[in-house]
Design a protein around this ligand. Structure first.
Ligand code: ADP
Length: 460
């Protein structure tokens, strides 16, 4: 049964809110923004047909986490569906349940699916039960230091301590000796407790020089589920993605197929609905291992859109409405007809100072002139001359995605676009991104997650 949608509220801010409004408008839907007091002049507010203040008197982050306030705004203004974007409430099962209870469609997976993937220990158990390889690690959260030491002794150092509820590259510690493990264990638990409200940690073997390969999935409520191939997100700084490429240049065809099959198998096992991503690490010897599922739209979805031609956000909305994946309204072809064409690269331009340890910079943008041209896609947040970059939110300013028939063309386009940007008043990481994109190892396509850490020349 297809539900009529007229109005969609986006429970988010910045570039992703604007990205979703665009998808809605193209589908003929009316858009509703929410904004915090601190965001009263932010661009996303003005990019929607209607906008309402949320979380008055609350903090800048808390406002976007104000479930009662958001649902109240949605009900008062006849909103049919809520898109959570990424971050904030996107992986909050309670929020998804509260939306449904209020008669509002949550544009995302089922609450149970959010729950199982929100707990990395449960997600690993599920992957294992589907025959998807997992990194050797503890089956349960570690309760005693002795168990951690025993695991590391059996499997060998280095190991990585991870928060079960962690995310965004946070809550991980690499440990190379028993003494380090003794020191790090309690600290990791207390950090996990304060950052994620859950002290549970577990251990994995730390893989040296893996590639980060992730598979985009779309599923509908009728059991149809496809993958849109992979993205290579190995260019990371402090375990956070910085530059992403689709498709990967360094996967043998059989390995690519095996990884995509594994992702589909895992997501089919839970009858996954809507957009999600299955993440893997791939070792130099060609073994691949599941790391986690992100049950939401991701920052880097743009490059998959560029190489497949499928609008993932529009598909999310149509799927939530109750359309089948292959319905012409959704426009997702059957798996055997989904192909990637050419190469796409995304760079995350942030307001961080590469000359000062990537400390976030804030203040007014005295000038903002973007690059552009054929094959260049920009997804910007609060980016315009005069905009105030606030210290309250993450520092993503604009995502640049380029497309080319070949990787070399996409990379040349990216470098040219980065160089075309003129941003004054606030420091950005553009000089650093230029160094990454012009580096011969990047251009060769043969790189892994150690790329940034092993190249001091990028930092000059
Ligand atoms: P988060 O949810 O915080 O993003 P992930 O589990 O997805 O954390 O891992 C983020 C990144 O950390 C990976 O892309 C990889 O670079 C690194 N990483 C995570 N687990 C391991 C591991 N066992 N061995 C080596 N690197 C790892």
């Amino acid at each position: 049964m297809v539900k009529p949608f007229r109005k969609v509220l986006v429970a988010n801010r910045g570039e992703i809110a604007i990205r979703i409004f665009r998808a809605c408008t193209e589908l003929g839907l009316r858009t509703v923004a929410i904004y915090s007091e601190q965001d009263s002049t932010s661009l996303h507010r003005y990019k929607a047909d209607e906008a309402y203040l949320v979380g008055a008197g609350k903090g800048p982050i808390e406002a976007y986490l104000d479930i009662d306030g958001i649902i109240e705004i949605a009900k008062r203004n006849d909103v049919d569906a809520i898109h959570p974007g990424y971050g904030f409430l996107a992986e909050n099962a309670e929020f998804a349940r509260r939306c449904e209870a209020a008669g509002i469609t949550f544009i995302g997976p089922r609450p149970e699916q959010i729950e199982v993937f929100g707990d990395k220990v449960k997600a690993r158990q599920l992957a294992k039960s589907c025959g998807v390889p997992i990194i050797p690690g503890t089956e349960e959260p570690i309760e005693h230091l002795q168990d951690a030491l025993r695991f590391a002794k059996t499997h060998g150092y280095p190991v990585i301590i991870k928060a079960a509820a962690g995310g965004g590259g946070r809550g991980m510690r690499i440990v190379r000796t028993p003494a380090e493990l003794e020191q790090a264990y309690e600290r990791a638990r207390s950090e996990a407790r304060s950052a994620f409200g859950n002290p549970a940690v577990y251990l994995e073997k730390y893989l040296e020089r893996p590639k980060h390969i992730e598979v985009q999935i779309l599923g509908d409520a009728y059991g149809n589920l496809v993958h849109l191939y992979e993205r290579d997100c190995s260019i990371q700084r402090r375990h956070q993605k910085l530059v992403e490429v689709a498709p990967s240049l360094s996967l043998a065809p059989e390995l690519r197929e095996a990884i995509c099959d594994a992702a589909v198998r895992l997501m089919k096992a839970v009858h996954y609905v809507n957009a999600g991503t299955v993440e893997f690490l791939v070792t130099p010897d060609g073994q691949f291992y599941f790391i986690e599922v992100n049950p939401r739209i991701q920052v880097e979805h743009t490059i998959t859109e560029l190489v497949t031609g499928i609008d993932i956000v529009q598909a999310q909305i149509r799927i939530a409405q109750g359309y089948a994946l292959h319905d012409p309204e959704v426009g997702v072809p059957p798996q055997e007809k989904i192909e990637t064409r050419g190469y796409a690269i995304q760079c995350r331009v942030t307001t961080e100072d590469p000359e000062n340890n990537f400390v976030p910079d804030t203040g007014r943008l005295l000038a903002y002139r973007s690059g552009g041209g054929f094959g260049v896609r920009l997804d910007a947040g609060n980016a315009f001359t005069g905009a105030v970059i606030s210290p309250h939110y993450d520092s993503l300013l604009v995502k640049i995605s380029t497309w080319g028939n070949t990787f070399e063309q996409a990379a040349a386009k990216m470098l040219r676009t980065l160089r075309e940007f003129r941003i004054r008043g606030v420091k950005t990481n553009i000089p650093f991104l230029e160094n990454v994109v012009s580096h011969p190892d990047f251009r060769s396509g043969q790189y892994d997650t150690s790329f940034i850490d092993t190249k001091p020349e990028l930092f000059v």
